[in-house]
Design a protein around this ligand. Sequence first.
Ligand code: GDP
Ligand code: IMO
Ligand code: MG
Length: 435
Amino acid sequence: MKNNKNTIAVIGLSFGDEGKGKITDYLAQKADLVVRFQGGNNAGHTVVHNNKKFKFHIMPSGAVLEKEVMIANGCVVDPKVLLNEMDNLRENNKEINLKLSSTAHVICPFHRILDGLEEESKTEYRVGTTKRGIGPTYADKASRYGLRIFDLTHPKILKKKLKNLYLIKKRIINCYDPDWDINFNDIYDEFKEYGEKLKPYVIDTAYYLNQAIDSGKKVIFEGAQGTLLGIDHGFYPFVTSSNSNALGICSGAGVSPKKIGTILGVIKAYTSRVGKGFVPTELKDEIGDKIRQQGNEYGTTTGRPRRVGWLDLFNIKYSVMLNGVDYIAIMLLDALEGIDPLNICIGYEMEGKALDTWPIHPEKVKKCTPIYKIFNGWKQRSREEWTEIANSGFESLPKEIKNYVNFIAEQLQTEIAMLSIGPEREDTIVLKDFF
Ligand code: GDP
Ligand code: IMO
Ligand code: MG
């Protein structure tokens, strides 16, 4: 089988919020189908369309363009959140063309409660989760008593499975709070109604997706979170509960690795992080404040101020390797305006020695000092000036940005395909047309 030119994956290479939503929306102009394959409404993907901001938590970003979208089996779905997002799209006169996997797992109120209770009980290993019940829902999936979309849409099965889950969860929650209870019939009635509303969209998405790919449809796999937040290959335990990398596509959507064509890795021009976990390049000073303000670095899902730092090419290099990245998109270059000089981390030093590769374990990373290369910054510009540059293309970029970008390509030994200098679709420079 030849490398499939019709399927691409948009994958965050850092700690999430790299701008996957914007890039997915841009590429979706050419796509037939956009697929979310992992995560849930812990994600917050922003798409700016005709001056209007859409924030997607579980719907794939292709929904703005009324494309066919898919929430595949590897996702965890809070039905209330999904229905709200669908209502919001309808209010904006968007037609919904959704395929929802019958085997995706369902987030219930107990999962959200336990997410909070477990986090409160933790010591220095608190993750700073989004408290959307993601971890507990994936844990139940692995424990084999999770509730699936199929169950939700079959009332008799729902009653039995929800009761099973309710009894297990009640005993656990009562260890924290002996008085806690929730009326089973109320939650059953609520979830039965969600099931009725979602039923028209529910299918075997793996079968549908494979048929779509085999018939030559153009498909985008939209990653959520970022590679370093991945459960198996990320910064454990300061991670989410799914494989938020290209490796997660096969199990999360039911496709063979042979069918995944191009992998696009998305990075910011600097580092951002919500939640806990040591960030070696973190800026806790006025430069950090300036980047946070210029990049509007406040969580799309929780509104929390994001921690920011210099670009870390050492951990990104690891992500490039892991995902087999073909091309890079560099986002938010405009947000570094007026900061001079700029630093890029090119390696870590531990106990006086430069490391060969990113050390994976927080306990080791904490002992590391970043090795920086210094770059000239670029001056502040008006929004109109940035858009004008985007319209004129790469050659009209200031030489300092060209230099910064070329260095990234060289360090990562990966071609840069897209640059972003503003939140709107038009603020994008395409260097390589790969889809
Ligand atoms: P995602 O989770 O990877 O989809 O990213 P988020 O949407 O959570 O965060 C990225 C933020 O940066 C959003 O507010 C976007 O609108 C914004 N954004 C994306 N690209 C650019 C850019 O090039 N410049 C600026 N200034 N903002 C951008
Ligand atoms: P998008 O798709 C940034 C972080 C949380 C926390 C950790 C675990 O918008 O890039 P969870 O609720 O998943 O159990 O939280 O992961 N996190 C994200 N950070 N962007 C996201 O999604 C994130 N989703 C989860 O802050 O540290
Ligand atoms: Mg986000």
